[in-house]
Design a protein. Structure first.
Length: 319
């Protein structure tokens, strides 16, 4: 295949605060990348126009011709109707029933695809990130919540109505613990997300548990502080991180026994803490998963960072 025949696509990662757009080659390399504020308060029409302008800008920045581009993919934070090509709902952006694919195709004159942002990130990581080279990959992102994307036989699985991979809402301890945004009690993300780790620390401080976390003004306390103090041996911080990560590993045992993946790829800010977290996740996983499932599977860090979304979105347009 010569250079001119290699696929060239645009990937867009739409977030509530910022939009990222990248020009991505058929090998998964980013040639140009831009990030603009979403300006979500100006409405869906405005945001869509912005994405169109960003697509043209990033192609120009890459030094490509528009006619070289095989298509565009978008990752969006919400519920999508894949058959109709319609965004059903983006809660953070206050969108409802937006026929985004038709609007974008009409303006840009190229094929346009979409998926939810967790699936786009999973596709990126499975393509050229922590899951590269494997057909059965589960990507997990630990952030404000816990997101997931599931790739089986090299293909993303969306399920009956796009809910496949919502692992943050696996109820780990029914009717115990905090109420989740979804309405249930005891969801994984109320225990193991960055938000939950910070909340556990704040609650323990309020209860007067002795810890070096008390040396940090409570309104400045971050999840990273809890992780850092756990690394330096603070007993409370250690206990919070241990429970959060072993419970995540326990959740992975359910997914492992069900899907028998080759890789769990763990991303998000918390995953940057390294071995301390991965050892705990591995322990929770090994304690509960079948031994043959454990043997076939490695739990590894995501490698694409914030670029996973745009790379995976671009892959939607590359076949
Ligand atoms: Zn939930």
């Amino acid at each position: 295949m010569n250079e001119s025949m290699e696929s060239r696509a645009i990937g867009i990662d739409l977030g509530g605060t910022n939009i990222k757009a990248a020009a991505v080659t058929g090998k998964g390399t980013i040639v140009a990348k831009i990030e603009w504020p979403t300006e979500a308060d100006k409405g869906a029409d405005h945001v869509i126009k912005r994405m169109q302008e960003m697509a043209r800008t990033v192609v120009a920045n890459a030094g490509w011709q528009w006619s070289d581009v095989c298509g565009l993919g978008i990752g969006l934070p919400g519920f999508l109707d894949h058959e109709a090509g319609v965004v059903e709902q983006l809660v953070n952006l206050h969108w409802r029933n937006v026929p985004i694919l038709d609007i974008m195709k009409k303006d840009l004159g190229i094929p346009v695809y979409f998926d939810n942002d967790a699936n786009a990130a999973a596709i990126g990581e499975a393509w050229v990130g922590g899951g590269q080279g494997f057909e059965h990959v589960v990507a997990v992102t630990i952030g404000t919540g816990i997101g997931g994307g599931i790739i089986i036989d090299g293909r993303i699985h969306r399920g009956a109505n796009g809910m496949c991979g919502e692992i943050g809402h696996l109820v780990m301890y029914p009717q115990q613990g905090r109420r989740c945004n979804c309405g249930k009690i005891g969801c994984l993300e109320t225990i193991s997300s960055a938000t939950a780790i910070l909340q556990s620390a704040v609650e323990a401080l309020a209860a007067g548990v002795p810890t070096r976390l008390a040396e940090i003004p409570i309104d400045q306390l971050t999840t990273k502080d809890v992780v850092d103090l756990a690394k330096s041996g603070d007993p409370l911080a250690n206990e919070i991180i241990k429970r959060a990560m072993e419970t995540l590993g326990f959740a992975l045992s359910y997914i492992g026994n069900t899907l028998n993946p080759q890789r769990f790829v763990i991303g998000g800010g918390v995953s940057k803490a390294g071995a301390i977290l991965f050892d705990l996740i591995q322990k929770g996983f090994e304690d509960a998963a079948l031994s043959r499932v454990v043997e076939a599977c490695k739990i590894v860090p995501a490698t694409l960072g914030n670029d996973a979304g745009v790379i995976g979105a671009a892959k939607l347009a590359i076949f």
